[in-house]
Write a protein that binds this ligand. Structure first.
Ligand code: ZN
Length: 806
């Protein structure tokens, strides 16, 4: 991109000065240039605002909304009942929640039942560190029979919460959404297809409820379409972030039938890289297809006591419901026999809808972008706007901000967490806005500084082509490695190259060059600005560098517009040139100052206080055999409150294999008056060197976990059964080479059958149970107001273990 090297107004022969952007070619007079810059920026700001407004959640509908509509006001009444308190799987509080769900669904006249069973986790996912994981689950399942069913639509959410919080959003949001969707559906004519409402148990523990439903419930036998509803925060748009494979038809229906379709094929790729799992995982096999949706902003409260109904953004709830109801009606009415396509779709949100195109276009489009950028470079050189050398330098130097911005963003966050170490335990700060803006200002400052330093020497045209070249090449790389994300750089590169070509070929004195590069930058804004905004909550500030990277890519696409902010390149001499250079430093300086100020405001605004406490992790473990007790914590750099309990790092794997994590911070604790879980021998028979032990493991408190481990130096485990169901015998590291983790154990205990080959004499077994009740322990000091509980599956846990030689 460039313009003739000599201003047309002078009659002198061409001089070899760095390429002038065509957009600024006709704008040698500073005022006209300024007007063009202002117009272009206003246009981009309008496009950007439109894109961001499109991500807003709908207004929550009141409780007296029409009966066939989804009302967040009505759904919220269920949220308050479900999330009145913590209701972990197996707890009395969860029994009450289940009773409420049954009553609500039966009240709608739906066939409702409870699937009560013992089930292993889906795959080998969450609890695998402690051993083979099993739970007693009670799923609430209701069916709205179709008139002429071609298949089944499953609306799925989990009704259990973590033990550390009431689950106001996670997942009372999904559960109450399903109740309200069921209500709305029963007001109209019956759908063509069966609609099944599946409220699962023990998702938080091991996805065991969903696994049990998918594997063994009669209604699941023929598979179907699964719509899973989740929340991993308290606010923000509902994002459809995961699909089954070969999703093109499903995505098309989503774009058509969801009233507020926010989703991107890039999210699927990101989600695969994150250590999260939902019930949807249990349905990801040949029988089922489906979509997984969640809102994820406000992640600071995730899995903490602060995840209360009051914390919920009812706009997010309304969006969950509008989309779920729209999709349930659509899937309820169409032929479900063939929803799998031959390919995945690329899709992303734009104002007014969801753009989608087949995944097989990804690589051809990426190669086309490379070809067009190459053509632009060739034309730029031929028109004399940049030499080969400058083009090469522009390409090489454009890599500098692409690398520097993410690195700087990570360093900024390192500095902020050094000042405020409590952030290390949070998914995202409570009020992350200022930090997010600081990262964006920092990325902009780096781009502007880089531009001010390179522009005079290399020239705007060569730098613009160099930036687009990186976007096009990244597009090819993504198309091969992460196809769902390739559109992020391919489409802006295509638009930038086309804009540049138009700018080169149109009359240089008219407005068209500015219009062309502004339109190209607008494509970049529409695609990349929502990405930046959605990436922050998705990855948290600890990975703010990714958002900074995308912001810089957006800046590179908009470089010709950015150039208009600078005085005309190459035209000035003497004092004018000096003034021009000084002016060029202005945007860089202003954004750098903004970055520092915004980070400072963030630190000032987002202080820890009673409503936004610093998260801490503490648990208690006692060996009932020796009477030795310990406080334990996951915190790598303990907060002052936790410091009062723990000091050095200890390996607890030998004493508490059921905890899964061997390395924890530990400190001495008073022994509490707590009995160990009882292990009784029901029968004991040895045949042909194989000893079969039938055992009953009974927790002595209301426990949420019971575990049983075998010292594999005393016996080799050949087979294992829990509640009559065989579990995989997979070796673990360490002394306790075989382990079994049972969530939500019933009060009457669990029957375990072990078939072992004894090595020498007695077999050593270690039993552990874990419950809540940390605050009743001797020596526990309540947390001060500004100290809170970290969102984790093990905080506040109280474990008692004992070895049984048999
Ligand atoms: Zn959860």
């Amino acid at each position: 991109m460039g313009a003739p090297t000599t201003p047309a107004t002078t009659g002198t022969p061409p001089r070899p000065i760095p390429g002038v952007h065509p957009a600024s070619r006709a704008l040698t007079r500073p005022r006209r240039r300024l007007v063009a810059a202002a117009a272009a920026l206003v246009a981009l700001a309008a496009v950007g605002t439109g894109s961001l407004l499109d991500l807003r959640t709908p207004a929550p509908k009141p409780a007296d909304a029409p009966a066939d509509a989804f009302s967040a006001g009505r759904a919220y009444e269920d949220v308050q009942v479900i999330a009145a308190r913590s209701h972990v799987a197996g707890s009395p509080a969860n029994e009450q929640v289940r009773a409420h769900l049954e009553q609500q669904l039966r009240g709608l006249g739906l066939e409702t039942e409870v699937q009560d069973t013992v089930a292993p986790e889906a795959g080998q996912l969450s609890g695998a560190a402690g051993g083979a994981t099993v739970a007693r689950v009670r799923n609430v399942v209701a069916r709205l029979p179709g008139t002429d069913s071609t298949g089944r639509v499953f609306l799925v959410s989990h009704y259990d919460s973590v033990q550390t919080g009431p689950g106001g959003n996670d997942d009372a949001a999904g559960t109450s959404t399903i109740l309200e969707v069921a209500r709305a559906l029963t007001t109209g004519p019956r759908p063509r297809n069966d609609i099944v409402f599946v409220l699962t148990d023990a998702e938080e523990a091991c996805l065991c409820g969903a696994a049990a439903f998918a594997a063994s419930h009669p209604l699941a036998a023929d598979g179907g379409v699964v719509l899973n509803l989740e929340a991993r925060g308290s606010t923000g748009p509902v994002i459809m972030f995961e699909t089954s494979r070969n999703n093109a038809k499903l995505v098309d229906i989503f774009g058509r039938a969801a009233p507020h379709p926010v989703g991107t094929s890039f999210a699927v790729e990101i989600y695969r890289a994150l250590p999260n799992d939902t019930d949807f995982t249990a349905f990801l096999d040949q029988k089922f297809v489906g979509l997984n949706s969640a809102y994820i902003d406000g992640g600071a409260i995730y899995h903490t006591p602060l995840d209360t109904p009051a914390a919920m953004d009812r706009g997010s709830l309304q969006q969950h419901g509008d989309n779920a109801l729209g999709l349930a009606r659509e899937f309820g009415g169409i032929d479900l026999t063939d929803l799998r396509s031959g390919h995945d779709a690329t899709y992303f949100p734009v104002p007014g809808g969801l753009v989608r195109y087949p995944g097989w276009l990804t690589l051809p489009l990426a190669l086309l972008a490379v070809a067009l950028v190459a053509a632009l470079g060739w034309l730029t050189r031929r028109s004399g706007r940049a030499s080969n050398g400058r083009l090469a330098a522009g390409f090489a130097l454009a890599l500098v901000p692409i690398v520097a911005a993410p690195v700087a963003a990570q360093l900024l966050w390192l500095a902020i967490t050094t000042i405020r170490p409590g952030y290390a335990e949070l998914l995202d700060p409570y009020r992350p806005l200022w930090y997010r803006l600081a990262v964006l200002a920092l990325a902009t400052a780096i781009l502007f500084t880089w531009y001010a330093l390179t522009r005079r020497r290399i020239g705007p045209a060569a730098l613009a082509v160099g930036g687009l070249a990186w976007l096009a090449l990244l597009g090819v790389l993504l198309a091969v490695a992460v196809p769902g994300g390739a559109y992020l750089t391919t489409l802006p590169a295509l638009a930038g190259a086309l804009g540049g070509l138009v700018a080169l070929r149109t009359r240089q004195t008219g407005p068209w060059p500015v219009v062309a590069v502004t339109a190209a930058a607008a494509v970049g804004v529409v695609i990349l600005l929502p990405t930046v905004v959605l990436l922050f909550p998705a990855l948290g500030m600890a990975m703010g560098g990714v958002a900074a990277l995308v912001a810089v890519l957006l800046g590179l696409v908009a470089l010709p517009v950015v150039d208009l902010l600078h005085p005309q390149a190459g035209g000035q001499r003497g004092l004018l040139a000096l003034r021009a250079r000084r002016l060029a430093v202005l945007p860089a300086g202003a954004t750098a100052v903004a970055a520092v100020v915004l980070a400072g405001v963030g630190l000032g605004v987002d202080r820890f206080d009673a409503a936004h406490p610093a998260p801490t992790h503490l648990m208690y473990a006692m060996d009932a055999g020796t009477g030795q007790a310990r406080w334990l914590s996951h915190e790598s750099d303990p907060q002052p409150w936790t410091d009062g309990y723990v000091d050095g790092v200890t390996d607890v794997g030998d004493d508490f294999p059921g905890l899964g994590d061997a390395e924890l911070r530990a400190g001495p604790a008073q022994a509490a008056n707590l009995p160990a879980p009882k292990l009784e021998v029901v029968s004991d028979a040895t045949v042909g060197g194989e000893r079969t032990l039938r055992l009953r493991l009974t927790p002595q408190r209301v426990a949420r976990i019971a575990t049983l481990h075998v010292d594999t130096s005393t016996a080799t485990v050949l087979r294992a059964e829990v509640a009559g169901r065989s579990v995989p015998v997979e070796p673990r590291d360490g002394r306790w080479g075989f382990g079994l983790v049972f969530h939500a154990p019933p009060a009457e205990g669990i029957e375990v059958t072990l078939t072992v080959r004894p090595i020498a004499g007695q077999v050593a077994l270690r039993a552990m149970d874990a419950s809540d009740g940390l605050d009743a322990l001797p020596g526990f000091r309540p947390r001060p107001p500004a100290v809170g509980v970290v969102g984790s599956h093990s905080s506040e846990m109280l474990a008692v273990a004992r070895t049984y030689p048999l």
